[in-house]
Design a protein around this ligand. Structure first.
Ligand code: NAD
Length: 390
């Protein structure tokens, strides 16, 4: 069980670009980063509106002179300080991720960036090279994968408790975009425009969470081929999709199906994952994250609860609340931020041995998400045909 002790040499001086007062995801970053005292928020360019960003930042306790108007000002302002920012989170719309990440790395600052990481695999590979040259970490906030029951599923697969994996069934749907975009706010506007969202809408916005979580649970399975069918039920969103289904063939013969949609009217189920093996299946949903369904063929179905001693050690060591008390998305984000902090700390200390075995969503995870999106788009735009995974 993790009890909030500092697991790194000293707290990291942390900043944010985006995630301001009106931003949807900013609080999740702060609740994840600030939970354990592993990070201290010292600077930010929180908002496109500089005055609102400064007001917001000072309300968070950041010194007014370290609430900057732009990320360029943040880099310049922090560069001359002995106590300058060491790691910055990028919680801005997709089209800005690449340029902001690149500028931060060039300035010698570690980056924690939102998904989908960038628009192309080529951009990801370029940034991976730059980060390696600079000796810096790029973390990616796949926030759900820090949950101890995700670790439990991965451990059960690794320990052979499900048998050979046969079926991967993934769903992340909601109905918030079931209507048209006449009165859409900024967050919907940029998500439905290819110039600001990138080559996908829901596939990148929510599908990348499904894909990364499945990679965490099934690290040894690789996709060989996939078929993606995407559609904009609201025509103004085309060529981007508000609904997609993806069929996947894995290299061990397993079959996968994935459904993402923001037009699943009335649905509040959010995410659901089912991994079916030759002996048993596990199923987890963030709608009831404390419970993991464990269905062994021929036996009564079981519900496993987080924090209970019958779970695998890999799950128990990252549990925070203990059994009987709810463990949710905030705890999951706190783990993700902690694991990224440990990677940054190890990098600073030159501890490459630690980094070899340490698991956290880094640049490779971000790159694989973008690679999956590129394959989905190639399949869908050729008329929903099977394509070899490249
Ligand atoms: P949003 O439109 O709600 O908020 C964006 C914020 O960034 C606003 O505060 C805006 O003022 C600010 N901003 C925009 N450009 C900026 C710039 N150049 N400099 C400084 N600030 C700038 O968007 P959102 O829904 O919070 O999404 C932001 C990112 O987070 C997206 O990449 C999205 O895909 C991702 N996201 C991830 C999760 C997750 O669970 N990991 C959840 C929601 C969103």
């Amino acid at each position: 069980m993790y009890n909030g002790e500092l697991l790194i040499e000293r707290p990291l001086r942390w900043g944010m670009v985006g995630g301001g007062r009106t931003g949807q995801v900013g609080y999740k970053h702060r609740s994840g980063a600030l939970r354990d005292g592993t990070y201290r928020l010292v600077a930010g360019a929180f908002d496109l509106d500089a005055d609102r960003g400064r007001d917001f930042g000072t309300n968070l306790g950041v010194q007014p002179d370290r609430c900057y108007a732009t990320y360029q000002d943040l880099i310049a302002g922090e560069a001359g300080r002995d106590d300058g920012v060491e790691v910055v989170s990028v919680a801005t719309p997709n089209f800005t991720h690449y340029e902001i990440t690149r500028a931060l790395l060039e300035a010698g600052i570690h980056v924690i960036c939102e998904k989908p990481l960038f628009f192309t695999v080529a951009e990801c590979e370029e940034i991976a090279k730059l980060a390696a040259e600079k000796g810096l970490i790029v973390g990616v906030t796949y926030g759900f994968t820090g949950h101890p029951l995700v670790r439990q599923m991965a451990a059960m697969v690794a320990h052979g408790m499900l048998g050979e994996i046969r079926i991967v069934d993934l769903q992340y749907t909601h109905g918030f975009n079931a209507g048209d975009d006449t009165d859409a706010g900024e967050a919907v506007k940029w998500r439905t425009n290819p110039k600001t969202a990138g080559p996908t809408f829901v596939l990148g916005d929510i599908g990348t969470h499904l894909y990364y979580l499945s990679e965490v649970v099934l690290p040894d399975l690789k996709i060989e081929r996939l078929l993606c069918d995407r559609k904009a039920f609201i025509p103004s969103r085309a060529p981007l999709e508000d609904h997609a289904t993806v069929l996947m063939h894995y290299d061990n013969g397993a079959r996968g199906r994935l459904w993402v949609s923001s037009v699943n009217a009335g649905n509040m189920g959010s995410q659901r994952y089912r991994f079916v093996g030759s002996k048993a299946s596990v199923e987890w949903s963030d709608a009831h994250p404390d419970q993991l369904f464990y269905d062994v063929q021929g036996e009564p179905n079981r519900i496993l609860h987080h924090g209970m001693p019958y779970l695998e050690p890999e799950s128990l060591e990252v549990d925070r609340m203990g059994a009987l008390h709810t463990e949710g998305l905030g705890d999951s984000w706190a783990n993700i931020y902690l694991w990224i902090a440990q990677a940054i700390d190890a990098k600073r200390r030159g501890d490459e041995a630690f980094l070899k075995t340490h698991r956290y969503p880094g640049i490779e995870a971000g790159t694989e998400g973008v690679r999956w999106l590129e394959n989905c788009v190639r399949s869908a735009d050729a008329g929903a045909v099977w394509v070899d995974f490249e």
